[in-house]
Design a protein around this ligand. Structure first.
Ligand code: HEM
Length: 521
């Protein structure tokens, strides 16, 4: 007998048996654990998931549309696994109320994404900071020192001047027989308003900060918006970060550095200005922040906190309002009967012998319906800013694990056929008019049918200012000019995904003055 061969055969057999036993044990363990899990943990329904990637491969370039399809198929609350991250999404007012109001304490945190770390001073701002004492303190500074009614009123004159610039820019285009690039104009309007209030200077127009600085500011903020808007795979598949094939993190680091240099310059200029004690100058936000005490008894706020707040205000205030204005103009120009009704209202409230002022805005009921309809169809934040849960909880008997990312799909809420009926793809402001003719509010009502500024702890603290930018620009442009699409061009309403969901193509239109000529000069 060949004992050696026998010995080796039995050793192989033993190894095979051991492997088999080990494999069976693992499979048994996983099955039992899953069975057990299924009994105890009932996640909300959702699409089947791939190993490792989960549902990431089912998302295309317009994720808010994919998420809406999931809700259509699986119900009002859908569970997704995005790589290594648990996520839920909803388009339903009751679910949204549950998340943003009833369970606000659990769902009001933010995920620590790489963009937030690089582009918001390590999540040290308001908008991207996780729930906690730092967020509370920074948000209180915004509410008590920057966005108070009194401070906003002190900038009424500046806002009126920027509105006047807007009219003059369009007027000069009409005189030259040129088509108006409304994206450019509305972007400059929002940006100038924000930077005048925040930093005490404008970056566009005759009194701008100078072409080089303005250009650098514009480029770096555009890159910032783009990076904040993308769904970066490295946040969901940590292994992706090793390759970073599109160099996103590299771009984030470069923008982080350039933005920081820009903010440092602003702070230096303001500190110098303070020591020179400029008389008669309205205190901008940076002046206010420099005058506040810091944490733990420090004489002054930390420079990093100031930079994080400046960054937040620019990012939160400019794109949201300019993208909303561009969508509203696009829809109105596409619907001439709506333009006519807006102008009838303006002629009756304002008349044709003076310009619109902010005090007219509350009386422009139909225009407010137009803005509501714009927010319904084109919300500035299609997923708000994603929230995150801080501990395990339940919704409708479903288990929601701690650290679940929450995508409140406001785009799908505005296109939810159970709420809006069969004509939901038609721009029809009249649907927001109240039966008793009373005043329309643009922000959501208790019904949560639209949610432009969100609700609960994280709701937008800049809503009144944002609305002033939107209503003032629209009222003035519709009061001063008639608008039609450019010759041989259609108004395209294809949307691109981003933090604020802009139109793919910049809006261009032809304007014609409708007030007496002396009003424009
Ligand atoms: C039309 C204009 C605006 C729209 C549509 C808008 C909308 C929003 C939305 C949807 C959110 C996210 C809320 C959430 O995640 O639940 C938000 C947050 C925020 N907005 Fe606005 N916003 C506008 C203008 C402004 C302005 C003018 C400012 C300040 C100058 C501002 C400051 C902020 C800040 C600081 C946050 C973060 C709040 C937090 O996380 O605690 N927004 N905004």
């Amino acid at each position: 007998m060949d004992f050696e061969a026998l010995d080796s055969a039995s050793t192989t057999l033993i190894w095979y048996t051991l492997y088999f036993l080990l494999l069976t044990t693992i499979l048994l363990y996983l099955t039992v654990r899953n069975d057990h899990g299924r009994k105890v943990i009932r996640l909300p329904p959702g699409p089947p998931r791939w190993p490792i990637f989960g549902n990431l491969l089912q998302l295309g370039p317009l994720p808010h549309r994919d998420f809406a399809n999931f809700c259509e198929k699986y119900g009002p609350l859908v569970y997704l696994r995005l790589g290594s991250v648990d996520a839920i999404t909803t388009n339903d007012p009751d679910m949204i109320r549950e998340i943003l109001l009833r369970q606000d304490d659990i769902f009001a945190s933010r995920p620590k994404t790489l963009a937030a770390v690089h582009l918001a001073y390590g999540c040290g701002d308001v908008a991207l900071a996780p729930l906690g004492p730092h967020w509370k303190r920074m948000r209180r500074i915004c509410m008590e020192h920057l966005l108070t009614t009194r401070r906003l009123e002190s900038f009424t004159e500046q806002r009126a001047q920027e509105t006047q610039h807007l009219v003059q820019d369009v007027w000069s285009k009409t005189q030259a027989g040129e088509v108006v690039n409304l994206r450019q104009l509305l972007g400059a309007f929002s940006m100038n308003n924000v930077t005048r209030m925040l930093l005490g200077k404008q970056y566009f127009g005759v009194e701008s900060a100078g072409p080089d600085e303005a250009m650098e500011f514009m480029n770096v903020t555009h890159e910032l918006f783009w990076l904040l808007g993308i769904i970066y795979l490295g946040d969901y598949l940590p292994v992706w970060r090793w390759f970073d094939p599109f160099g996103c993190e590299k771009k984030m680091r470069s923008v982080e550095k350039r933005i920081d240099e820009f903010h440092m310059k602003i702070i230096r200029e303001h500190k110098k200005g303070q020591s020179q004690n400029a008389k008669g100058k309205i205190r901008d936000f940076v002046d206010v922040l420099l005058s506040l005490p810091g944490e733990d008894g420090a004489d002054h706020m930390d420079d990093t906190d100031i930079k994080a707040l400046i960054q937040d205000m620019i990012a939160a205030a400019t794109d949201t309002s300019s993208v909303t204005n561009e969508w509203a103009m696009a829809e109105v120009i596409k619907h001439p009967q709506v333009l006519l009704k807006i102008q009838e209202e303006l002629d009756s409230v304002v008349g044709r012998n003076r310009m619109v002022t902010e005090s007219d805005l509350p009386q422009l009921n139909y225009l407010k319906c137009v803005v509501r309809e714009t927010f319904r169809m084109h919300p500035a934040g299609p997923f708000l800013i994603p929230h995150e849960s801080i501990r395990d909880t339940q919704i409708n008997g479903y288990h929601i694990p701690a650290k679940t990312r929450v995508f409140i799909n406001t785009h799908a809420l505005g296109r939810n056929k159970h709420i809006w009926g069969n004509d939901l793809n038609i721009f029809r402001p009249e649907r927001h008019e109240l039966a008793d003719g009373s005043r329309v509010e643009v922000s959501h009502g208790a019904d949560f049918k639209i949610l432009p500024f969100s609700a609960g702890k994280r709701k937008c603290p800049g809503a009144p200012l944002g609305l002033a930018f939107v209503l003032m620009a629209l009222a003035t442009l519709f009061h001063c000019f008639d608008w039609i699409p450019p010759p041989n061009e259609d108004i395209d309403t294809t949307e691109a995904y981003g933090m604020t969901m802009p139109k793919v193509k910049p809006l261009r239109a032809s304007a014609k003055p409708r007030l007496p000529a002396h009003m424009y000069i």
